[in-house]
Design a protein around this ligand. Structure first.
Ligand SMILES: C[S@@+](CC[C@H](N)C(=O)[O-])C[C@H]1O[C@@H](n2cnc3c(N)ncnc32)[C@H](O)[C@@H]1O
Length: 218
């Protein structure tokens, strides 16, 4: 890894408008585990869109931590529309994070596997995604080194967890491509781990301030 680009190097895409709204569609709301109050963390469609728009043909796009799958559904729609033979992977162990304790207790089956898959099926992208139900670090072993244009980390938000994710997923990034993630301003563990690895500077994506991103040198 050589040069690390600051977030300001990631420019807005010309056509960053999301074709699919991040809101929950009526087909998904009809599922028993979705009552309209499911938190939708996907305030980063602009970044996902840009990653698709800049992805080299045949590259991989990975989201780690997908919860009910709304962001993954958006990514899959966008990647499919790009017609660039992109491979979309979603990774989640299905049991939530400490901040989800109340929501997990309210799920009929007590895990996220059904809700995730339902979001992809009702969203029409179940055939366009590889959904990996596994701990993040183990799932990384399935992905070829140097294959990914984006790995988006939004799983374990503790400092140790984010450090482990970065260590596991960094070798997967293509030269010139991106490792990035959510909750830059909100979880000290995220901020701390990203700065531990990539240096103490502002890695925030300027037009997507909930996210951090680092471009891996060629
Ligand atoms: C904040 S949510 C993800 C939100 C999602 N990106 C979105 O925008 O809707 C975090 C997710 O990470 C998953 N998770 C937490 N730790 C994990 C780990 N070590 N391996 C795999 N998944 C994990 C949880 O199950 C949860 O679904």
């Amino acid at each position: 890894m050589s040069s690390i680009h600051t977030a300001s190097r990631i420019e807005p895409s010309a056509n960053g408008t999301a074709p699919h709204p991040a809101s929950v569609p009526s087909s998904v709301q009809s599922q028993p585990w979705v009552n309209g109050n499911v938190p939708n963390y996907c305030d980063y469609t602009v970044l996902l869109n840009r990653m698709v728009d800049t992805a080299p043909p045949n590259s991989w796009l990975v989201e780690v931590g997908i919860y009910h799958g709304f962001s993954l559904r958006h990514l899959a729609h966008r990647a499919k529309a790009a017609r660039n033979n992109l491979t979309v992977v979603g990774v989640d162990w299905g049991r939530g994070s400490p901040e989800h304790a109340d929501q997990m207790a309210a799920l009929p089956c007590g895990n996220l596997a059904g809700p995730m898959l339902s979001t992809l099926i009702t969203g029409g992208v179940a055939d366009d995604v590889m959904l990996v139900l596994a701990p993040s670090v183990k799932a990384a072993k399935l992905v070829p080194d140097g294959s990914c244009h984006m790995v988006f980390i939004d799983g374990d938000h503790s400092r140790a967890g984010v450090l482990a994710d970065i260590e596991a997923w960094l070798p997967k990034i293509k030269p010139g491509s991106y490792i990035c993630g959510h909750d830059w301003p909100t979880f000290p563990g995220v901020h701390g781990a990203v700065c531990d690895v990539f240096g103490h500077k502002n890695h925030m994506v300027l037009d997507c301030p909930s996210c951090w991103a680092v471009q891996i040198g060629k």
